[in-house]
Design a protein around this ligand. Structure first.
Ligand SMILES: [Zn+2]
Length: 267
């Protein structure tokens, strides 16, 4: 809008075999979905591919330079960004000049402009830390204050990814499941012998239903299936993992519980 000051952000997008594999944006927006600037740049690149100049990876360009040119290049680079870059430049200089530093144990250096090699895994960028943080936050709110709704919208996202055969679907579901398993209330409920709360049970049901979709997916490879099976077994063997009916099996059946469960199962 007109009241907002105009801001310029630096956006970087890496892609590999038609998939966006990583994104960074100076706006600092933290979300599991791409910010508007990343989306805008992606659309620009798709609609006007000739406007984006194709360059050699920077490591190739550096290789063409001699000693003096490299010196000039680095000094100009540091001068152009000296407040941002100088601490890193000095740290790197110290490390390179110390013979037993870690940086001197490996040959070569990373090049973010080079793209991936053919046998590198390539998958769509997903901010794993952000998924973990959000699920943890929503679970800590116990499904209240709209957090249940938020979790359901994350489930819907997974469902959508599975429908598009996006491999991030199972990846995101794994991250969500890990956070569900790490929910501190699980061990509490187990100690107290109470079943998990109704709100929580519904979420666990949805989680289970999505895993069924993943494992029954006719397009997934056998090795992927055996990998998920191992993971699911591992979770299933953990003490805190609730049983299918949401209880821990060590309490007397409670009539109201049994009723809500049977109504839940008939959906
Ligand atoms: Zn942004």
């Amino acid at each position: 809008t007109a009241t907002e000051p105009e801001m310029t952000y630096k956006v970087a997008i890496s892609f590999d075999r038609c998939k966006i594999t990583s994104v960074t944006c100076g706006c600092g927006n933290k979300d599991i979905f791409y910010c508007a600037h990343v989306v805008a740049l992606s659309l620009y690149r798709i609609r006007k591919p000739d406007q984006v100049k194709l360059r050699l990876p920077i490591s190739e360009t550096l290789f063409q330079m001699n000693r003096d040119q490299l010196q000039k290049f680095v000094q100009y680079l540091i001068t152009a960004h000296h407040t941002e870059v100088l601490p890193t430049a000095q740290k790197l200089a110290d490390e390179i000049l110390s013979s037993n530093s870690e940086i001197n144990q490996v040959h070569g250096a990373p090049d973010p402009t080079a793209g991936a090699s053919i046998d590198d895994e390539n998958c769509w960028h997903l901010d794993e830390e952000q998924v973990r943080e959000q699920v943890k936050l929503f679970l800590s709110q116990g499904g209240y204050y709209g957090s249940g709704k938020q979790l359901n919208s994350m489930f819907a996202k997974v469902r959508e990814m599975l429908r598009m055969r996006d491999s991030n679907g199972a990846r995101m579901l794994t991250l969500i499941t890990e956070q569900f398993m790490a929910d501190p209330r699980l061990s509490l409920w187990r100690q107290q012998g109470t079943g998990i709360t109704e709100k929580c049970r519904q979420l666990w049901d949805e989680l289970g239903a999505l895993w069924v979709c993943v494992v029954l997916n006719p397009h997934c490879k056998l090795e992927e299936k055996s990998c998920w099976l191992r993971q699911l077994r591992k979770w299933g063997e953990m003490d805190v993992c609730p049983l299918e009916d949401g209880n821990y099996g060590n309490e007397l059946p409670n009539i109201t519980n049994a009723l809500t469960q049977s109504s839940g199962h008939s959906q």
